[in-house]
Design a protein. Structure first.
Length: 571
């Protein structure tokens, strides 16, 4: 260490002119003119201990009490409506409600089992859980930097040969030994004191990043429950539409047979036969399309359940009943979104994490103060000494003292890095505000869809009843000879369209209600009391890597009091 940094350098050597200084022998202090060479070792030991104790105490006090550079995070103002646009509708309730298990409002046990299965097996959700562990480990890295950043055991064995013309041996008699071995072993440590709060800001950032990862997990759970419910509703809707198409095809086959019989009997023209055939094959053509859509919906649900594509008959059972939503829905007020929606919380935590990064960058504008020290043993083969002397206490060496460094000519790199961090923070603030706005839009869109789909379903229900009655009358009139076959075919087409639209509208009501609860941030409470990773993943990771206690659920999120104090590192 350079003496200008105030570092005490202690070494052992024999006091013989011309010999290599790294030889066991008399104790001496080098590079400190203020310390007398006649000072005794006992006095030096006492002063050294006092100096180190004082320095450590000062550093600890500085690390805890110094102010942190950079801004403290403040939540930005957001535009939140006082109430929903559809709040005046009697089907909308603004009273608080528990969204923990919103899917149970459909009273469908198959849907309940699907949600539980998806929670246990979905791979995307498991990845989000592992990212929580990753963020927790990153927090451990940040906490560890608050303590001495370098602690190293070191050792070496070197052979040195000095030139006969070197300045270090010039003018010395020819008996000087210019080739020798040197071995050393010791321990060293360096501790940059957190004078400007750089490391504490980094811990704040890692804390917020961990909370953002947990919010992202909750957001993934919200999406998972909604996607699983939507896939299930889509399967039921497509199954209903497929049944309607097949039933109408059977009716149309009978109509074709009637037309063919009457044509053979000479009571009608061939045109009726071809029109009946046209209607029938148009209906049959819709069946493969519906079958393909049904298969795709089943495959999508299989992936959500962590399964390879399959027909899921063992889970879905044989039914095409579309889950019926309740007539009314409780949605609370828009202000609840900021507290409830995980993606809103995640956006704010990301902004908080970036805010702390401004302080980390600003700390580089100021000098860094540090403590360094080392203790070890050094021996050489110069003179009467030997490498074996390293095992003796007289071969000990030690260095200790404070220092500082300051990047004064950085050509604007540090300043511009602060600007980069500030720009990123501003971007995340705007992203947070935009997320709040989009959340309100999604709720309003889903509410409008839910209410209007109910109204459409009522009309389609009336249309289906009328179309069925119209077809019955058309058959009676056709058989009685008071109308032509075209009227029957038109009534059949109208019935198929009305029934298909009615089934689609029923599915739309349910999917829009799912969208309401997704937009409200419902469903993430399902993980309360459970871990973010499954037992098999925990065992696999523990078998591969020493995770300490970080795999236990209680260690995932830091307590509030831990985030405000200096915490011990995770070993």
């Amino acid at each position: 260490m350079h003496p200008a940094r105030g570092v005490i350098i202690v070494c052992e050597r024999e006091n013989r002119p011309g010999e290599n200084p790294f030889i066991p022998g008399r104790r001496e202090f080098l590079d400190l003119p203020s310390i007398s060479e006649n000072m005794t070792y006992k006095n030096w030991q006492s002063d050294f201990r006092s100096l180190m104790a004082g320095l450590l105490a000062c550093c600890a006090a500085v690390a805890v009490s110094c102010a942190k550079v950079g801004p403290d995070y403040l939540r930005p103002p957001t535009s939140v409506s006082q109430n929903w646009l559809e709040a005046g509708d009697r089907r909308i309730q603004s009273s608080p409600v528990d969204y923990r298990a919103w899917w149970k409002l459909f009273h469908d046990p198959v849907l309940d089992r699907i949600i539980e299965h998806a929670y246990d097996e979905n791979l995307t959700l498991k990845m989000a859980g592992v990212r929580v562990l990753e963020a927790r480990a990153q927090l451990g890295v940040a906490v560890g930097n608050l303590y001495p950043q370098t602690q190293q055991l070191s050792g070496s064995l070197e052979f040195d040969r000095e030139s006969a013309k070197s300045s270090s041996t010039a003018g010395i008699s020819g008996g000087v030994q210019r080739s020798f071995w040197v071995d050393q072993a010791g321990i060293g440590a360096a501790w940059e004191i957190d004078f400007w709060g750089k490391f504490r800001r980094a811990i704040e950032s890692a804390d917020s990043s961990l909370l953002a990862a947990m919010a992202d997990y909750d957001s993934a759970l919200v999406s998972l429950t909604a996607d699983a419910a939507n896939s299930y509703i889509q399967i039921r809707t497509l199954s209903r539409r497929l049944r309607i198409a097949r039933e109408n095809a059977e009716v149309q086959k009978e109509s074709l047979k009637i037309a063919q019989t009457r044509f053979k009997g000479g009571t009608t023209s061939e045109r009726d036969v071809e029109q009946a055939r046209t209607v029938l094959y148009n209906t049959l053509a819709t069946i493969p399309t519906l079958q393909a859509q049904l298969r795709q919906a089943q495959n999508a649900l299989s992936v959500l359940l962590g399964l390879p594509p399959s027909d899921l008959q063992d889970i879905l059972e044989t039914s095409d009943e579309i889950p019926a939503p309740p007539p009314q829905v409780a949605v609370g007020i828009p202000a609840d979104l900021i507290r409830r929606r995980p993606d809103v919380r995640s956006a704010e935590f990301q902004a908080m994490a970036q805010s702390a990064q401004i302080g980390v960058a600003k700390a580089d504008l100021f000098p860094a103060f540090s403590l360094t020290g080392s203790f070890g043993f050094l021996a050489s083969t110069v003179g009467k000494a030997g490498l074996g002397d390293i095992a003796t206490f007289s071969a000990r060496t030690a260095t200790a003292g404070p220092g500082f460094s300051w990047d004064i000519l950085n050509y604007g790199r540090i300043t511009n890095n602060v600007r980069v961090q500030d720009a990123r923070f501003q971007e995340l603030l705007l992203s947070y505000r935009n997320t709040v706005l989009k959340a309100q839009q999604e709720v309003e869109d889903s509410l409008a869809g839910f209410l209007r789909a109910q109204e459409s379903a009522d009309f389609y229900a009336e249309s289906s009843s009328a179309a069925k009655r119209s077809l019955d009358l058309a058959f009676l009139q056709y058989r009685g000879g008071s109308t032509d076959f075209t009227t029957v075919l038109t009534a059949q087409q109208a019935l198929l369209t009305a029934q298909d639209n009615f089934a689609t509208a029923l599915g739309s009501i349910s999917t829009n209600l799912v969208g309401v609860y997704r937009a409200l941030g419902g469903g993430w409470e399902l993980r309360e009391g459970r871990d973010v990773i499954s037992e098999d993943i925990r065992k696999e990771m523990a078998r591969r890597t020493n995770w300490g206690n970080l795999l236990t659920p209680a260690s995932h999120l830091p307590a509030e009091q831990e985030r405000s104090t200096i915490r011990p590192p995770d070993w």
